[in-house]
Write a protein that binds this ligand. Structure first.
Ligand code: HEM
Length: 53
């Protein structure tokens, strides 16, 4: 997931975010996506206000 977000998906339209985001932010995105299936509505709602990028 980290690699996909950093480099994008060739010939698909999925952009690479490595040029505009630090690795730390990309790892946070990967962890977020990985946890989404188990996440409750409350957990999801509190994440946006954490402010830890
Ligand atoms: C942080 C944001 C994003 C994440 C976490 C993300 C994640 C993913 C993942 C996991 C895949 C599947 C790759 C695979 O297994 O083949 C994918 C594919 C794709 N993404 Fe994203 N993506 C993001 C943003 C975007 C944006 C902004 C766009 C378009 C403007 C986009 C367009 C696509 C496209 C077109 C594909 C290929 C679908 C296919 O043909 O299989 N993604 N993305």
């Amino acid at each position: 997931m980290f690699w996909l977000v950093k480099h994008g998906v060739k010939a698909s339209g999925m952009p690479a975010f490595g040029g505009s985001h630090e690795d730390r932010a990309l790892w946070n995105i990967a962890a977020f996506v990985k946890n989404m299936p188990q996440m409750s509505e409350e957990q999801y709602a509190t994440l946006g206000s954490a402010g830890d990028h």
